[in-house]
Structure formats: structure tokens, C-alpha cells
Write a protein that binds this ligand. Structure first.
Ligand SMILES: NC(=O)c1ccc[n+]([C@@H]2O[C@H](COP(=O)([O-])OP(=O)(O)OC[C@H]3O[C@@H](n4cnc5c(N)ncnc54)[C@H](OP(=O)(O)O)[C@@H]3O)[C@@H](O)[C@H]2O)c1
Length: 246
């Protein structure tokens, strides 16, 4: 018996990086995985890769910042798998860092729309199904959202990620008695396309463990938080960063 047999997991931002790795790991551990993202070609490719291994996945195109997309996506997911046990709110963007007087207002708004409103919208429309299953939410923030981590000039990114942490705290506090656990992860510097062409070796030197994180490093922590082994954990804010936020 695999650990997530008969569980339905919804992963946003499953078309790349951390979301892709986590979706694949859940599928490998027996879950049926709803893959959510905007990139249809990539989504279908990942769905096929998972299915080719005899595992279960279903890609749905959705922009998490658009309410109508989210409603349609959740309806499709329920039609396909009848329930949702685990939600991984992972979709996110990191737009170029600039001094605030040079930051396009649209960049600020877009960061909030995707990183924060997206997390709210998906939680909002998935919650009724999590209530039925006494399910769990894992939100993907960042060490950039932690009070004690000075994250350069990523004003919009850091602000949205701090908000995701607080949003997670509020949900954890209020939905515990309804049987929903809510935890939040704060990855450090993880080697995914979000880093663009930044020099990885420079970043690795700053990390006490002397390497960047891999998407699998993060996926393993997400699976733990989603599992029965974590049944007394809620409201946790977990850095996954090789010690870089110390
Ligand atoms: N890598 C790091 O160092 C790091 C550190 C801390 C936190 N994080 C967080 O980890 C999460 C995943 O990032 P990653 O590093 O894996 O980057 P990534 O490889 O660029 O993946 C980002 C994912 O988010 C999805 N996405 C972006 N905008 C979306 C939208 N409007 N609607 C739906 N999906 C959307 C993308 O899919 P589509 O393009 O298909 O829409 C993609 O699957 C983000 O929330 C990021 O802030 C990353």
C-alpha cells in the first residue's frame, strides 16, 4: 500500500520546478494528482509522463489569479476525481527586482494577483471539499517572506510571500476545529526556472549546506506535511533552505 493511495492532491503551478517535482512524487506515492497551470503543452506533457508510469494525473489549464478560471478548474477536478484531500498552493512568480520608483505598477499588481490572490482563490473554492475529507493545505511562501531574512530589493515578491505566511496562520488557527490542517513552507534558493540565468554558484556559497536546494528537497517536505505523520502539525512555517535564512 502506497502512502497516498486513494488521496486526491491538487497542485497549482505543477507545470515546472517545485510544483512539477511535488506532483510527480505524490503520483509515485499513489495519489491521483490534479496538475494546474497555464502552460497547456507542458501540463499535458507532465500528465502523460506520469500516466506512462501507470500513475494517475489530470492536467487542467487555469490562471490562478482569475476567479472564473479557478471556479471552472475546481469543478473539472471534482468531476474527474469526486473529491480533494490535499491542496498545494504553489503557483508563483518572481518579477525583476527594482527600486520602487522604477517598479512598474503593473508588476506590483501582478505579483499580488498571482502570489497572494491566487492562493486565496484556490483555497476559497477548494475548501468545501477539504472540509468533507478533513483535508490539508500546504502554501508555498518563501524565505523572502520571513521577517528575519533580508531579501534585497524584491519588494513585491517579499511582501506577497509575507502575506501568504500570515494567510496560512489565520487559516490554521480558524480551521483546525473543522479538521483542516494548514501549513506553510518557505523554500530558500531552489534550482528552478524561476531563478532565470542567475549564477547558481554564487548563491550556493551563501548557503551553510553549500548547495542550492532541488525541487525534490522541497517536494519531500511537502509530502511529509501532507501525510498522516504530520497529523499534529498545523500553522507551521517551515524553512527549506539549507540554513541560508540563519
Ligand atoms: N525556486 C526558488 O528558489 C523558490 C524559493 C522560494 C519560494 N519559491 C516559490 O515556489 C513556487 C514555485 O516556484 P518554482 O521555483 O518552482 O518556479 P517555476 O519553475 O517558475 O514554477 C512556477 C510555477 O507557477 C506557475 N504559475 C505562475 N503563474 C501562474 C498563474 N497565474 N496561474 C497558474 N500557475 C501559474 C507556472 O505555471 P504556468 O507558467 O504553466 O502558469 C509554474 O508551474 C513559487 O510560488 C515560488 O515563489 C521558489
Amino acid at each position: 500500500m502506497k502512502k497516498f493511495n486513494e488521496k486526491v492532491v491538487l497542485v497549482t503551478g505543477a507545470t515546472s520546478g517545485i510544483g512539477e517535482a511535488t506532483a510527480k512524487m505524490f503520483a509515485q506515492c499513489g495519489a491521483s494528482v490534479v496538475l494546474v497551470g497555464r502552460n497547456k503543452d507542458k501540463g499535458i506533457q507532465i500528465e502523460q509522463e506520469i500516466r506512462a508510469k501507470g500513475q494517475e494525473a489530470y492536467f487542467i489549464t487555469c490562471d490562478v489569479s482569475k476567479e472564473e478560471d479557478v471556479i471552472e478548474m475546481v469543478n473539472k477536478a471534482i468531476k474527474k476525481y469526486k473529491k480533494i484531500d490535499i491542496l498545494f498552493n504553489n503557483a508563483g512568480i518572481m518579477l525583476p527586482s527594482r527600486e520602487i520608483e522604477r517598479m512598474p505598477v503593473d508588476d506590483w499588481k501582478k505579483s499580488i494577483d498571482v502570489n497572494l490572490t491566487g492562493c486565496f482563490l484556490v483555497s476559497r473554492y477548494v475548501k468545501p471539499y477539504l472540509l468533507k475529507e478533513k483535508g490539508t493545505i500546504i502554501n508555498n511562501a518563501s524565505i523572502a517572506g520571513l521577517q528575519y531574512y533580508a531579501a534585497g530589493r524584491s519588494y513585491a515578491y517579499s511582501a506577497t510571500k509575507a502575506a501568504v505566511i500570515q494567510f496560512s496562520h489565520q487559516m490554521a488557527k480558524n480551521y483546525g476545529e473543522e479538521g483542516i490542517r494548514v501549513n506553510c513552507i518557505c523554500p530558500g534558493i531552489i534550482d528552478t526556472p524561476i531563478l532565470g540565468d542567475r549564477d547558481r554558484s554564487v548563491y550556493a556559497q551563501r548557503v551553510p549546506l553549500k548547495r542550492l536546494g532541488t525541487p525534490d528537497d522541497v517536494a519531500k517536505a511537502v509530502l511529509f506535511l501532507a501525510s498522516e505523520d504530520a497529523q499534529y502539525l498545523t500553522g507551521v512555517v517551515l524553512p527549506i533552505d539549507g540554513g541560508v535564512s540563519l
